[in-house]
Design a protein around this ligand. Structure first.
Ligand code: GDP
Ligand code: K
Ligand code: MG
Length: 298
């Protein structure tokens, strides 16, 4: 049904927190499609990613961010932190995500950086992993002493009914104004960007912890022929030894990364994808400001 212009609401909701608390999982659940890659590893999210969801009269523009890095001040980490700070200015609401029942120095650092300009909801995620719910009440009281949170939401990003409830909680913070995006839009990121991200997700998920976080993916070619998308991408690693880990025995690891990324992209776009992958060594790129920028980081 048509929504009257005067009834429309639209606003920005930033999702912030230290690495691995479940920010990107939450964004994808809110959007209903994978627009932000996730893995068990920190530094999976390296960009400001928007996920758009239009529900009834309201358009939510969620902004996922890299987890704020408190260690290793290399060029890549400095760039990630700049991205986080840029994403929280000028939003209507901030979801500060922590693991339910937990709070350490890394969480405190993120909280101390949040601007006073927007209300902050304390989102206690991974509730499914809390076995003694009774312990949450004293934890919550200690959290309320730390910050004047607008609300407290204990939940699991993996529980659909919690996600549905979260829309209702966030909606009242959206200003009444026209929508910024079309109702069907899911993200403001390009297809080229999504292609690089899906390859990076599979790289993170399919290689062991020994492959350091200092690898990245660049798109060399992106062509559309009717419903078919032809993509060539390069995985950039820091050391010669890492190259073998990515390629694997007889190339089977690289092949699997390519197959899984292609399947994700076909699901996202609803069309066929031909994906060609290469691996290249660029030693020290993550310590080099100019290289970090040339690889698409802010
Ligand atoms: P981010 O670094 O904050 O973006 O975290 P991710 O979204 O990449 O998730 C980190 C890990 O936590 C992944 O393995 C997720 O599957 C897991 N995770 C996220 N939300 C939940 C949750 O509600 N419950 C449980 N048990 N695991 C979760
Ligand atoms: K992660
Ligand atoms: Mg993330």
């Amino acid at each position: 049904p048509e929504v009257a212009e005067a009834d429309k609401r639209c606003g920005y909701v930033a999702i912030v927190g230290k690495p691995n608390v479940g920010k990107s999982t939450l964004l994808n659940a809110l959007v209903g499609q994978k627009v932000s890659i996730t893995s068990r590893k920190a530094q999976t999210t390296r960009h400001r990613i928007t996920g758009i969801r239009t529900e009834g009269a309201s358009q939510f523009i969620f902004v996922d961010t890299p987890g704020f890095q408190t260690r290793h001040g290399n060029a890549l980490n400095r760039s990630l932190n700049k991205t986080v700070l840029g994403a929280v200015t000028d939003v209507d609401l901030i979801l500060f995500v922590v693991e339910a029942g937990r709070f350490n120095l890394a969480d405190a650092k993120v909280l101390s950086l949040l601007p006073a300009s927007a209300p902050v909801i304390l989102l206690a995620n991974k509730l499914d992993e809390v076995h003694r719910r009774g312990d949450l009440a004293p934890w919550l009281r200690s959290m309320q002493e730390r910050h004047a949170f607008a609300e407290f939401v204990p939940m699991s990003a993996k529980a659909p009914k919690d996600i549905q409830r979260l829309f209702g909680i966030c909606e009242k913070y959206l200003p009444q104004q026209p929508w910024i995006h079309d109702a069907e839009e899911l993200t403001d990121r390009s297809e080229r960007f999504m292609a690089a991200e899906m390859v990076r997700e599979k790289l993170f998920r399919l290689t062991g912890d020994e492959l350091p976080y200092t690898s990245t993916v660049i798109i060399d070619r992106f062509e559309e022929e009717g419903q078919l998308r032809r993509i060539a991408a390069t995985i950039v690693v820091e050391r010669e030894g890492h190259k073998g880990m990515v390629i694997g025995d007889k190339g089977e690891k690289l092949k699997r990364i390519g197959t899984e990324a292609r399947m994700e992209l076909e699901k996202l776009w609803g069309g066929k994808v031909f994906l060609e992958l290469w691996v290249k060594v660029r030693s020290g790129w993550a310590d080099d400001d100019a290289r970090v920028r040339s690889f698409g980081y802010e």
